[in-house]
Design a protein around this ligand. Sequence first.
Ligand code: HEM
Length: 264
Amino acid sequence: AEVTPDQDLPQSHSTKNMKSARRGEAGDAGSDLSEQIKAATKENHIRAENTQLMLSYQKGHITTTQYKVLLCSLYEVYKALEEELDSNASHPAVAPIYFPQELARLDSLQRDLEHFFGPDWSGKVIVPAATHRYTQRLREIGKENPELLVAHAYTRYLGDLSGGQVLGKLTQKSLGLRDREGISFFSFPGVSSPNRFKQLYRSRMNSIELTERQRAAVLEEAVSAFEYNIQVFDDLQKMLSVTTETQRDASGFPSSPIMQFTAG
Ligand code: HEM
């Protein structure tokens, strides 16, 4: 087969567009998965941006404690997400959006955790119940419905490549960090242009062959993915308000019933 510059825009992409245009079905969200998923999660995105944790962020008020607990949860989430993507790398609904070189966050999260918690960071990873629910869902769909993984990969990675870029700068500023220490999570050395990469990622999403039923399930899963993130943020915030109201244990973390300890 001839190699053309259009290889990244699979045929099914344009074919689907033509079909729906012929049927006159190109509604508000269009017929591409990338457009439908954005439209389906629009309200959830607004809610996610308006969680207490994200609002503190946007005001430049993020504290080291907030950032540390966030890193712990992100670590557990990306560990589950990336292990499930790896196990399903050759699944037809995963292969087109499998970009470990460009996107994988687990190593950078480990570096950031080591920066804040020291070399024995792995015994200090503490996450709330909401994070466990989120990772359990990732494990479950990795085993039973890998075609739904795209919804979770989209929610995290495209978010990291969008608003996440601003959040990285705000973290550095709020925490008064010199250079990039502790914030490698936000930088993507393998992605030279986040915008162009997002375009590529969307075209790959649009190339995934899904039945109507599967497509509806992916859209529903993306809404859930945002909700899992919102619940994690809310749980972290609750965990921290307990910290400020009651005395802390020796490690500076509260002993609260919503917290569960995870050995990394
Ligand atoms: C896209 C901001 C939180 C997921 C974006 C974009 C901005 C943004 C400016 C680009 C919109 C565009 O290109 O049209 C923010 C801010 C946040 C935040 C300021 C919080 C302070 C989140 C969270 C998630 C998320 C918590 C999910 C966990 C996404 C996704 C996209 C996106 C998936 C890509 C949308 C698409 O192009 O399909 N965000 N965001 N964002 N954000 Fe956020």
